[in-house]
Every structure is written in C-alpha cells, then in structure tokens.
Design a protein around this ligand. Structure first.
Ligand code: AMP
Length: 456
C-alpha cells in the first residue's frame, strides 16, 4: 500500500481529538456488501492498509472489511486499556479514549463488540485491584451507551452474556492477565478466549510487541484477524512514514544511554539524512571524539561503538549533529550549581545535564528544511526544571515545523511525556501510544501482534 504523506490530512493529534471527531452515524454503514465507509475523521486518521516494518507485508485493517463482514458478528477486540488507577479511580483515561474510534466504527457497523485488555501485573489469579470494572464505567460515558462488564474473559459466564448481546452492544471482558496462560501464549487459553467470537481485531499497539494469548494466540482460531484504527495509524507513521519519508528526514535520538538506543540509531542510519544526537548519550559520542566530558554520563564500553556509528554515518552520507554547548552541573540535583559551557570545555567534576542555547539554535537550523522528523528521547534531565529547556525547545521547534508542513512523529516514552507536559501534543503529526512497541518498530523489528494478522 502507498503511504499517504499528507501531514494535514493525517494530523489527528492526541487520541482525545479522535474521540470527539469520530461520529457514530450508522447511516455510513447502511447494509451493503461494499466496503464499510469509515466515519470521515477516522478515515483521515488512518489511511487504509497497514505497513509492516521489515517485511513490507501489508496487513488488513477493519477498513478492508465490508458491512456484511461486520453486521451481527461477535468481534473480539484487543485494546490497551491498561490505565493508571488510584484505587478504583482512573487517573488518566488517554488509552481508553484512544480505543474509542475503533469501537465506534464496529458498533456503527452493527457488530457485537467484545473488548479485551490487561490491566497491571496480577501475580496469580484474579485480584480485585486489577479488575477492569472502572474502565467499563468510563467506556459507558465515552460511548454514551451501557458497556457490560463480564465477570471473566473466558468460560460459560462470558458465553451467556455474549449470547444476550444485540448488534451494536459492547461488553468488556475481565483482565486477561488473571490467567498466567495469557502471557505464556497458551494455545488452550487462546482457544477459550476465541470461543465467544467470530473474528478478531487487534488495536493494542502498546502490547503488539508481545506474543500473548490475546494479541497473537487468538489469531489461530479467528478469521479474519485484522488491525484496528489505532494500531493501523501507529504503523502508518512508525513504519510507513519512517520507511518512505518525505526528505530531508531527520531523527532526533536522545535519552540516557547509547546502549538502550543502539538498535534505533543503527536502523535510522539506513533511513535518515540527518541524525541529531541529544541527551545523556551525547557524552559517549563526545568522549569518542576525544573531548573531556567531566563527570557526565559516559558508557566507556560503548566508546568504540560510538566511533563505529560515526564511521557508518560518514559512509552512508548521514550527517551526525551533536550539541555544541551544555548546561554543566556540579551535581545531579534540581538545585545544582550550573554553568553554560562549550562541549570543548566541560570542567572537571561537572556533568552535562541539558543542551545549551547554541545547540538549540543549531538543531533548529538543521530541522528547518526537514520534511519528516522523528523524535525519541529527551535532550536533558527534563524531570528537573533547571534542565528541561533543551527538551522543550525541541518540542516547540517540532510544533513549528509541523505547522510548516513537515510530518513529525514522537516515538514513545519520555519525549511523549515532554510534548504532553509542554501542551504541544495536538501540534504534532503523530504521538505514539506505545513505549516498548515503538522502540521495537523503530529498530526494524517485526511485532508479533502485527505479524499474526491477515495479509492484505
Ligand atoms: P531513555 O529512557 O533512554 O529515553 O532516557 C530518558 C532519561 O534520560 C530521562 O529520565 C532523562 O532524565 C535522562 N537524561 C537525559 N539527558 C541526560 C543527561 N544529560 N544525563 C543524564 N540523564 C539524562
């Protein structure tokens, strides 16, 4: 499938926006054997077809199904409803809201929707504090319809509830991790999970890098098995846009250590025109260039690797950009004494905890002509206000280049937190909802929860 590289059409921002913009007009699903017409915003949010990194195999999505494929069908939908709870109170419902477009798409088509998810890490068997019941209440509010909470995810009790469901009804199955067979991807468990459904939709990007019963195992027993709108959109950006970028394409890779981002850096060296290194890993690269780094974070056993990566970049014609100045602190603390220094003059006994203004200026000028920018990892210890400027400056610059027509992709983890804290989430082309899954996808790995879905 062709990746649609029109940022304005694709820019949907935070999932909350999708919730309000995806209608549930059933008229779009008037009985027809043609392809289901997606509600307008959902169609814009995720171009049809799903690209899989590394294999280039296109995967089917719910938009490839016809109204006849969905009406009256019992559809098992794996969502990522693993929300933070304070007792029984949901403290952040982002993941629930991110799941709404797919649920509305299916209910509007007359499907009977069975939602499944994990929540937390139950040790052995059911634990009330990990019940998904609070999520069912929030889903009812967001969908404006009663969402029934099943007492289990498998078994006769579930079968009875499903037997009583009408077209367009939604039932939430209880936490799949109440069974240890879920993470073991046990075939018998997956079979029981699949027993109450006719087909499968995976919309849980955050767990797509895990081969579990509810993400991969069930696909052995349910056909079709297709991607939901959220999963499709994540793949369109993190695999599609990254593999077929509008150029120039820059990746900003930051965070604490080179060791945790080697895979992403290596994979990006095959794709980008510019690689901007920021954050703690900068100092291993600076030391590899022969500079003194004071007491900054350096992985001595990765210095040769940093040299190698620079050599590979030079051979491939990829420009590596490193900060030119840093905020040097006398200790790792929010109230540390700081000084602004050139990377060539980091004083002994001080550590670089943020990039300086000249680095920000350099990065801004390098990004100005870019048509695609991927960002993964903060530029400093942004958890402390004193060292957050560089990270927020990058977030602001990305908001600007997006407004100027570039596609910007925030690839999970701390950079997502920084963009959200800066109130700029709506201004980016795509903010990933997955941490580990985004990293693995950017490293070029195949995600088992995607691999298991039907090919187009
Ligand atoms: P990661 O999980 O690898 O993306 O790393 C994120 C962490 O990197 C954040 O907690 C930041 O505080 C940390 N970090 C960023 N810059 C630095 C730095 N210069 N020195 C130490 N830690 C840093």
């Amino acid at each position: 499938m062709a990746f649609v590289s029109a940022p304005a059409a694709l820019r949907t921002g935070a999932p909350a926006k999708a919730v309000t913009s995806v209608g549930s007009s059933s008229s779009a699903f008037a009985a027809s054997s043609r392809r289901v017409q997606a509600p307008v915003a959902a169609a814009a949010a995720a171009p049809s077809g799903v690209v899989m990194q590394a294999t280039a195999t296109a995967k089917k999505s719910i938009k490839d199904l016809t109204a006849a494929d969905l009406a009256g069908k019992r559809v098992l939908v794996r969502c990522d409803l693993n929300v933070p709870l304070d007792g029984k109170t949901i403290t952040d419902d982002t993941r629930i809201r991110a799941s709404i477009p797919t649920i509305e798409y299916l209910t509007a088509a007359g499907a009977k929707v069975l939602l499944s998810s994990h929540l937390g890490r139950p040790k052995s068997g059911p634990e009330d504090k990990f019940s998904l019941a609070p999520v069912a209440s929030r889903l009812s509010e967001l969908l404006k319809k009663d969402v029934k909470m099943a007492p289990d995810c498998i078994g006769d009790g579930v079968a009875e509830i499903v037997g009583g469901m009408k077209n367009g009804d939604v039932t939430l199955l209880e936490n799949v991790r109440f069974y240890k067979e879920e993470t073991a991807n046990d075939t018998e468990f997956a079979k029981k999970l699949a027993a109450n459904a006719d087909m499968f939709v995976n919309d849980a990007f955050g767990t797509a890098h895990r081969a579990h019963g509810s993400t991969a195992g069930v696909t052995e027993f349910l056909r079709p098995s297709v991607a939901g709108l959220l999963l499709e959109k994540e793949l369109e950006y993190l695999a599609g846009a990254v593999s077929n970028p509008k150029r120039p394409f820059a990746a900003i890779v930051g965070g604490s250590k080179v060791s945790s981002k080697i895979g992403v850096i290596e994979s990006m060296l095959d794709k980008v025109d510019k690689l901007i290194i920021v954050g703690g890993m900068v100092f291993t690269f600076l030391k590899a260039r022969g500079l003194s780094t004071g007491s900054s974070l350096v992985e001595d056993d990765k210095i040769d690797l940093a040299k190698e990566l620079e050599e590979i970049a030079a051979k491939k014609g990829v420009k590596i950009i490193l900060p030119v100045d840093v905020v040097a602190a006398d200790k790792f603390a929010p109230d540390a004494n700081t000084q602004l220094v050139s990377v060539e003059a980091i004083p002994e006994g001080t550590m670089g905890l943020d990039q300086g203004p000249k680095s920000t200026e350099l990065i801004n000028s390098e990004l100005a002509d870019c048509k695609t920018v991927l960002w993964n990892g903060p530029a400093g210890v942004f958890e402390f206000d004193a060292f957050a400027k560089g990270t927020y400056a990058i977030a602001n610059t990305l908001a600007e280049v997006t407004a100027n027509g570039a596609t910007t992709i925030i690839g999970g983890g701390d950079s997502v937190a920084a963009v959200e804290k800066a109130g700029l989430a709506e201004k980016m082309s795509h903010i990933s909802t997955g941490g580990g899954a985004s990293l693995e996808l950017l490293e070029g790995k195949v995600l088992p929860g995607v691999a298991a879905l039907d090919d187009q």
